[in-house]
Write a protein that binds this ligand. Structure first.
Ligand code: FEO
Length: 396
């Protein structure tokens, strides 16, 4: 298996085949924590892995060098999936300098006992010579945490991009061209939607700076390395950062006794009367990771919930709470749902949608118990209206 990016730079991370829940993110294809070893006159380790995989990291490093010969341990990001093994690494390499920015040093000190670590603090634009190679550092605050940075190998034009451009994808291979591109892009999109969608402005700045760099490989901290398809992932990020919508309508709903489900299907059928992509999502049959991914590029979304205990159903509340945190943008919406003796769900859904500054195109459609034919026709009309808006709002 190819682990070498170029002569002297190798992948030494860990493939996590079995993880299915990454702090709530449904990692259906597993993940990886990528670390990279640069062997030059000085040896540098770029990032580490989760704490419980420290032994695998050290074993991979040992395939190339004795770990204690590492001079620099670069930490691009303090989140524990990339820093968790640092205490073990720094114990084995007591003379190594931990290279990071000041915010990262402070963050690491709040996670670990760093008293004995030797820090080499770098800032944006700083360089570090390893001998024949030179590392340069680029602060990328909020991509994904405040202390995040990229590391770039000037001579090989390799960008170690940490979470950016990553995918939760366990693979037998290390490079993008070795997996079906559809699969890699699907996981990259899911990663963007669920991890960095709310940081579109910082990512846009990163993309502007990346456009000025010569890049022959993007080596993220999760998933495969971009080598042959760099243009595809950059273009996709540009679209996602710009909140480009597709002509797509989602109908997201929950139901108790099928009344709201009948309404959801009527909305869907209305949308399907137009030549657009219309999809039905039951919140209790679809994890929120995939719901967020679908919402990312949908122009229009209908949200439906029956009233339960004078409010919306709990899984719908969870989905909306999650979406609100991720800050999707520029969606047109309709709200619908059934109720028994008191209303409440529609109003509470609208509160979420208003918080997200979504465009609610009409009054909510509400049905006391089972929907009548008139109410179902109203749902169908609403579906058509959403489809018409989605078709006009298609950003290509
Ligand atoms: Fe993969 Fe923000 O850590």
């Amino acid at each position: 298996m190819r682990t070498s990016l170029v002569e002297g730079i190798d992948w030494v991370g860990h493939i996590d085949w079995t993880v299915r829940d990454f702090h709530g993110y449904a990692t259906e294809r597993g993940s990886s924590y990528n670390a990279y070893l640069i062997r030059d006159e000085k040896i540098a380790l770029i990032d580490s892995v989760k704490d419980r995989f420290a032994a695998q990291l050290l074993a991979h490093i040992s395939d190339f060098v004795e770990p204690e010969k590492i001079s620099y341990v670069v930490c691009n990001h303090a989140e524990p999936d990339h820093s968790g093994a640092l205490p073990e690494v720094m114990k084995i390499c007591p003379d190594a300098e931990l290279v990071c920015n000041a915010k990262c040093r402070d963050s690491l000190a709040k996670h670990f006992d760093t008293a004995s670590w030797k820090f080499k603090i770098v800032t944006d634009g700083d360089t570090l010579s390893l001998g024949k190679r030179t590392l340069s550092f680029m602060n990328t605050p909020m991509v994904h945490w405040p202390e995040s940075m990229f590391t770039y190998v000037q001579e090989d034009h390799i960008l170690f991009s940490m979470d950016a451009f990553g995918q939760h994808l366990a693979s037998a291979y290390r490079f993008d061209y070795q997996e079906p591109l559809d699969t890699v892009m699907e996981e990259a999109k899911k990663y963007f939607a669920n991890i960095v969608m709310l940081y579109t402005r910082p990512i846009a700045r990163v993309l502007e700076r990346a456009a000025e760099m010569q890049i022959e490989m993007i080596a993220p901290s999760h998933g495969v390395i971009w080598q042959k398809n760099i243009g595809d992932i950059i273009t996709a990020y540009e679209d996602w950062v710009a909140h480009k919508n597709r002509a797509k309508v989602l109908v997201i709903y929950d139901t108790m006794w099928k009344s709201t489900e009948k309404m959801a299907i009527a909305v869907l059928r209305g949308a399907q009367e137009r030549e657009i992509d219309a999809r039905l999502i039951h919140v209790r049959a679809t994890n929120i990771t995939n719901i967020a991914t679908e919402v990312l590029d949908s122009a229009a979304v209908a949200f439906g919930s029956p009233t339960l205990n004078q409010t919306l159903m709990p899984e719908m509340a969870a989905a909306l709470t999650y979406l609100k945190g991720l800050r999707p943008s520029d969606k047109s919406c309709v709200v619908f749902g059934s109720y028994g003796w008191s209303k409440g769900a529609a109003k509470d859904i609208e509160t979420y949608l208003n918080d997200m500054k979504f465009n609610i195109i009409r009054e909510p459609i509400q049905s006391q118990f089972a929907p009548t034919q008139e109410i179902l026709e109203e749902c169908r009309v609403a579906g058509r209206e959403l489809a018409d808006i989605a078709a006009k709002g298609d950003d290509g």
